[in-house]
Ligand binder design. Structure first.
Ligand SMILES: Cc1cc2nc3c(=O)[nH]c(=O)nc-3n(C[C@H](O)[C@H](O)[C@H](O)COP(=O)(O)OP(=O)(O)OC[C@H]3O[C@@H](n4cnc5c(N)ncnc54)[C@H](O)[C@@H]3O)c2cc1C
Length: 489
């Protein structure tokens, strides 16, 4: 239906808002605009997928892929914080999907279910919303964007040009880049998997083939879970520079809701330690908080979460050199604690490790070459000792993390924005530089009134903008300014 509406649309069409990318970020913004504007808006969501709301993370159809946080933190509308939980209840999922319940009494929903919830939420608001806003799914890919003082014009892959008072880029990061060692001949080998979410190819793997997983983060955990689901019996090696797996969930879940924590002013960590402006001091205070909590019989999670809630405030005031130091030395350490593993997924990894089928190591890959039967021979150097070894794999699966660099993302609109200077990449190389209201900063250093950027693409600027709760809060923060700019507040 959405596609039909698009075909009837003239060659050029003017919107109040054009959102480029209809994953969680784009859909959540569209839904909130349709609920909170003081006048009927016309909002177009440009998204090549058949449904708006699922994006990369929640298009996952694998039944063992779960949200990496409780259902309660996966929020779109702060005035209805239990909406996803209520939907799960209405759909009978809380009862039917009994594996979703963790020992702590917290529910970890399937990612596919959150995707379905998001798609239905968008479609529900398309059908009816309180402001009479027109929400249109434009089934296309945006190729380029030019922006003026009070308009943006987007060109689509089908050639149409659409204008809007405001364009919002919500395309997120791209697929993991292929590591240098695997470029050239090796990447063309049938045993090399550039896309870790290609479930059909994973399912077709020879069950006893030795497998190398490049990376030890949540994507690697996804892949190992899928291999286990298909009864893979061969050895699995997962390798990263740190060899760190994502940490476990808080066994003593918070009494406060995520939203209550977000609204604390100032965040608890800053209230206690002040607005610190260097990473060493921040870490020292965190360590002290962890020790204090341990003395009360509590785990590290609460102290870390206090810091997490303060990061979006602390980060923007850190000098660039400190931000770069953090990214160089502490990013993996932070992310393994920040992006925790669902207990159900952790159980699979634990079982495989105990059975000796899964080995996790900290090593550097020094070379890779094609081997017989479509496989790949890989040479490693261990991190701890200066030892080198080579091993043959039937498959190598690339789980090295999403490509966060806009200028070589392979996504035409991001590359074009970076190339023309309409939106400059963040100096750390992670996403684009934006101001506090998420306005893109152009090469002249000016914030662009008609172009905002939200979601994971703003991680360089805010650090905390990659998860559902963080994106939800980001949208909440900019909403008053966005509505004012549209004369809709
Ligand atoms: C595998 C995975 C699992 C995750 N699990 C969780 C979780 O459990 N909980 C959590 O809080 N966070 C999770 N995250 C973090 C995740 O980034 C956010 O939750 C959120 O999904 C980001 O949504 P997004 O819309 O910004 O990005 P995406 O989901 O990537 O959506 C971007 C959309 O933009 C579209 N697009 C791209 N280029 C163009 C273009 N040129 N024109 C038009 N459209 C375009 C794409 O088709 C896509 O649908 C996960 C991330 C990944 C990758």
């Amino acid at each position: 239906m959405a596609a039909e509406r698009f075909i009837k649309m003239p060659f050029s069409h003017a919107f109040d808002v054009l959102i480029i990318g209809g994953g969680y970020s784009g859909a959540a913004l569209a839904v909130r605009l349709s609920r909170e504007a003081r006048r009927a808006l016309s909002v177009g969501v440009i998204e090549p997928r058949d449904e708006v709301g699922k994006g990369v993370a929640y298009s996952a159809v694998h039944p063992d892929y779960r949200l990496n946080g409780p259902d309660a933190v996966h929020i779109v509308m702060p005035d209805r914080p239990n909406d996803f939980h209520d939907w799960l209840q209405r759909e009978g999922i809380l009862e039917a999907d009994f594996k979703g319940w963790a020992g702590s009494g917290v529910f970890f929903a399937r990612r596919a279910d959150f995707g379905r919830y998001m798609a239905e939420l968008f479609q529900g608001h398309q059908a009816v919303n309180g402001t009479g806003t027109d929400l249109i799914h434009i089934h296309a890919r945006a190729m380029s964007l030019v922006t003026g003082h009070d308009f943006s014009m987007v060109t689509l892959d089908k050639g149409q040009q659409l204008t809007a008072r405001l364009a919002v880029l919500a395309t997120s990061n791209e697929m993991p880049a292929v590591p240098k060692t695997f470029q050239g001949d090796v990447r063309l080998q049938s045993g090399f998997f550039p896309n870790p979410w290609d479930l059909d190819r994973l399912a077709a793997l020879v069950p006893d083939a030795p497998i190398l997983v490049l990376g030890t983060g949540l994507t690697a955990a996804d892949v190992i879970t899928a291999l286990a689901f298909h009864g893979h019996t061969g050895p699995i090696d997962a390798v990263s520079r740190t060899g760190l797996l994502p940490m476990d969930q808080n066994p003593m879940p918070d009494k406060e809701t995520m939203w209550e924590r977000f609204l604390q002013k100032p965040p608890r960590f800053i209230k206690k330690h002040g607005a610190l402006t260097n990473v060493a001091d921040i870490l020292r205070c965190l360590r002290r908080d962890i020790v204090d909590r341990a003395a009360e019989g509590k785990t590290w999670h609460g102290a870390f979460d206090d810091l997490r809630d303060a990061v979006r405030t602390l980060w923007t005031d850190l000098p660039l050199a400190e931000q770069q130091r953090f990214r160089r030395h502490l990013k993996s350490w932070y992310e393994t604690r920040r992006f925790r593993i669902a207990p159900q997924v952790q159980a699979v990894l634990d079982d495989y490790q105990k059975a000796g089928r899964l080995t996790i190591s900290a090593a550097r890959i020094t070379s890779a070459r094609r081997s017989e039967g479509g496989g790949v021979a890989v040479t490693f150097r261990s991190r701890a000792q200066d030892v080198t070894w080579e091993k043959n794999y039937g498959a190598v699966i690339n789980c090295t993390g999403l490509n966060t660099s806009p200028d070589d993302s392979g996504n035409p609109i991001m590359e074009q924005l970076a190339f023309t200077g309409a939106a400059i990449p963040h100096p750390t190389g992670h996403g684009f530089l934006v101001d506090r209201e998420c306005r893109a900063i152009s090469a002249s250093g000016e914030p662009q009134a008609a172009l905002r950027i939200i979601g994971p693409l703003t991680r360089g600027t805010f650090m905390e903008s990659g998860s559902v709760p963080a994106i939800s809060y980001q949208i909440h923060k900019i909403m008053p300014d966005v509505l004012a700019a549209l004369n809709a507040s």
